[in-house]
Design a protein around this ligand. Structure first.
Ligand SMILES: [Zn+2]
Length: 305
C-alpha cells in the first residue's frame, strides 16, 4: 500500500481578485503531487462535509450557526480575514472533515497527509488569522469521542503560535500542545501551550533543526501519544511574506524528514496538515508545501508502513 492522502476539489474556492490569502495553493498542490508523481490518484481519499454537531465539540453553537448562516457581525468577520460566501462555509466544513479523515487513515496506516488544514488560530467562539474552525482541535475531540484515541500530541511548527489550539486544550491533559514559532509575530497576544518554544527572528536551518531535535524525542517519550498531529506550516521559510524566520527549501524538507522519522521510528502514528504559507510566487509556495508529502512518501517507503 502507498501513503494515504486526503484532498477534496472544494478545498479551493475563489476569493476576490487581489486577496492576500493564496487560496489556489490547495488545488495546485494536488495537481503538483500528481504531475511530479509524488503521488498517484489512487492514494487520494475524499472527505465528507462535517456535521455541525461535531464542529460544536469545540466551537460554540452560536458561533458555528452565525458563521454557517453568514450572520457574524462585521468585526468578527474582519478578524477572520476571509470574505464570507456559502462556498467558503462548505470549504471550511470539508477541510475539517479532511483532517478527521487524515487522522483515521494515520491510525490505520501509521502516516497520512491532508492537502489542507492547520487552522490553529480559531478559538471556540471566534475565528482569526484566516482560520474559521480549528480542524485539529475538532479532530482530537471527534477521535476521542469515537474511542479511537486517548492521548494526543500536537506538534505545531507553523511560524505563528497555535494560540487557538493552546487555548482550547489549556485545561485538558489528554491533548498535549507543542508550538515552536517566531517570538515576534502574529498573534501579538500569545496563549500558553503545554510547551512553547519561541524562536528569534531570522533563525536559519541548522539552528532551527537542532532546537527541534532537542525537544521532539523527549516529548514523544514523555507524552506517549496514541496519535501525533503535525502542523507543517511552511511560513518559517525565508521567502515567506508573513513569517520572520529564514529556513530554506532544504531546511523545510529536512524538518519534515526529522519530524516524521522521529515519530514513526518510535511507533507513533502521524496525521499531517499543511498549515500556513504565504508568498507572491505561488508555484514556489506550492512546491514548499509539497515537501511534506515528498518526505512522508519517503518515510512511508523506508519504514514499510
Ligand atoms: Zn502561520
Amino acid at each position: 500500500m502507498d501513503l494515504p492522502l486526503v484532498y477534496h476539489p472544494d478545498y479551493t474556492v475563489s476569493l476576490p481578485q487581489g486577496h492576500r490569502f493564496p487560496m489556489p495553493k490547495f488545488r495546485k498542490l494536488y495537481e503538483l503531487l500528481l504531475a511530479e508523481e509524488v503521488a498517484y490518484s489512487h492514494q487520494f481519499h475524499t472527505p465528507q462535509l462535517l456535521q455541525a454537531e461535531l464542529i460544536e465539540l469545540v466551537h460554540t453553537p452560536q458561533y458555528v450557526q452565525a458563521y454557517c448562516q453568514g450572520t457574524l457581525d462585521p468585526k468578527a468577520q474582519r478578524r477572520i480575514g476571509l470574505p464570507w460566501s456559502p462556498a467558503l462555509v462548505n470549504r471550511t466544513r470539508v477541510a475539517v472533515g479532511g483532517t478527521i479523515l487524515t487522522a483515521q487513515l494515520a491510525l490505520n496506516c501509521g502516516l497520512a497527509c491532508n492537502t489542507a488544514g492547520g487552522t490553529h488560530h480559531a478559538f471556540p467562539n471566534y475565528g482569526s488569522g484566516f482560520c474559521i474552525f480549528n480542524d485539529i482541535a475538532i479532530a482530537c475531540r471527534v477521535l476521542q469521542k469515537l474511542g479511537l484515541v486517548e492521548k494526543i500530541l500536537i506538534v505545531d511548527l507553523d511560524v505563528h503560535q497555535g494560540d487557538g489550539t493552546a487555548f482550547i486544550f489549556q485545561d485538558d491533559s489528554s491533548v498535549f500542545t507543542f508550538s515552536m514559532h517566531c517570538e515576534v509575530n502574529f498573534p501579538s497576544t500569545k496563549q500558553q501551550s503545554d510547551l512553547d518554544v519561541a524562536l528569534p527572528v531570522g533563525m536559519e536551518d541548522d539552528a532551527y533543526l537542532q532546537i527541534l531535535a532537542n525537544y521532539l524525542p523527549d516529548l514523544l517519550a514523555a507524552v506517549r501519544p496514541d496519535l501525533v498531529f503535525y502542523d507543517a506550516g511552511v511560513d518559517p521559510h525565508i521567502s515567506d511574506r508573513l513569517g520572520k524566520l529564514a529556513l530554506t527549501d532544504t531546511g523545510i524538507y529536512r524538518r519534515e524528514m526529522q519530524v516524521l522519522s522521529t515519530c514513526v521510528a518510535a511507533g507513533f502514528p502521524v496525521a499531517c496538515v499543511i498549515g500556513g504559507g504565504y508568498a507572491d510566487d505561488l508555484d514556489a509556495l506550492v512546491y514548499r508545501h509539497s515537501l511534506l508529502h515528498r518526505a512522508a512518501s519517503e518515510i512511508y517507503r523506508q519504514f514499510r508502513l
